[in-house]
Design a protein around this ligand. Structure first.
Ligand code: SAM
Length: 311
């Protein structure tokens, strides 16, 4: 913790200074600070920080900056959710990771990179990342963070729902942007396009991700709690039934979200493949309060038991 605090102060103090001197927003100055560090003009004192120390210190600075300005849909994915999602990625790619096979993972709404980097750091150097983001500042923060953490991520600044110039990936993870997607011209190419009015962006992101994941690959989405109960969910249901097998739907602890309306679940699906079979039983579970260690242990044991029974 001490190292993280020191690193936070190192970034924060320089950013505050830049912000005052050049009349920049705090987040812009954080980006400027990270780039100055990358250029070697400044560097933190003491021993070399680990990847996780760098990620956590940057995360604290971004949180501070976002408190001043961010919209709800730009919010960074916090550690607690990243670590849980990472745990599931580890479970589903256990064989590959044990045999030192690298996998490619796409995050089509990478934002600051915090979610993807949490997962990449958790599993060790076993993921080649691919990230897409529409916001200029956020993707630059993701680029600087990835470079400082020495994690390989190929980044594309564009609307992720338009065509992507990427090769098929092994897996996808995403904290989906929730709400209506404004560009009907693009949405009309999608099977989940609403018959009337604007389509949900989170549905379009699921369809788009399925397009770029290889057959048999897994997709891990943080989704709104009532994903399958909206007036547009029939089309989403149809798409998922045609193209994928649902593996798990895990409700996340409500205390991690600001309100019930913002509560999320983790949806895990597998893109259909001729060489694989659907799971015998879909995992439906609820993560307990994360401060309750005993209950958490029981939850992880339940997941592992379920995973074994599917083989
Ligand atoms: N996981 C990210 C992180 O840790 O910073 C946060 C993801 S945030 C919930 C959703 C992201 O989707 C935002 O950064 C937003 O700018 C991005 N986004 C929304 N619509 C998009 C689009 N059409 N194409 C690409 N990115 C988009």
């Amino acid at each position: 913790m001490e190292n993280i605090e020191k690193l936070f102060s190192f970034i924060d103090e320089y950013a505050e200074k830049l912000s005052k001197e050049h009349d920049l927003t705090y987040l812009d100055s954080v980006l400027e600070t990270l780039n100055t560090w990358l250029d070697g003009e400044i560097s933190p004192s003491g021993s070399e920080p680990t990847k996780e120390e760098i990620r956590k210190a940057i995360q604290l600075c971004i949180l501070k900056g976002m408190r001043q300005s961010a919209q709800p849909n730009h919010q960074m994915t916090p550690d607690s959710l990243g670590l849980l999602l990472g745990y599931f990625v580890e479970q589903f790619y256990e064989k590959e990771f044990k045999t030192n096979h690298k996998i490619t993972v796409l995050d089509p709404a990478i934002g600051t990179g915090n979610l993807l980097l949490t997962v990449m750091n958790l599993v060790g150097d076993k993921i080649q990342g691919v990230g897409v983001e529409i916001d200029d500042l956020l993707i630059q923060l993701a680029a600087a963070s990835a470079e400082l953490e020495k994690q390989p991520i190929a980044l594309y600044r564009q609307d992720a729902l338009e065509n992507l110039m990427i090769d098929p990936v092994d897996a996808a993870i995403c904290d989906l942007p929730v709400g209506y997607y404004p560009n009907d011209e693009v949405a009309k190419e999608y099977e989940v396009k609403a018959q009337e009015g604007m389509t949900y962006a989170h549905h379009l992101f699921i369809e788009q991700s399925l397009k770029y994941v290889k057959d048999g690959g897994y997709l891990f989405f943080l989704v709104p709690d009532h994903l399958f109960e909206s007036e547009q969910s029939a089309l989403l249901n149809k798409l998922i039934t045609q193209k994928a097998w649902i593996q798990a739907l895990v409700q996340l602890p409500s205390e991690l979200f600001s309100s019930k309306a913002h509560a999320k679940s983790l949806l895990i699906i597998q893109k259909k493949s001729e060489t694989e079979k659907p799971v015998k039983e879909v995992l439906l579970a609820k993560v307990p309060n994360m401060k309750n260690m005993k209950a958490l242990e029981l939850f992880f044991a339940k997941v592992q038991k379920w995973k074994k029974e599917q083989k």
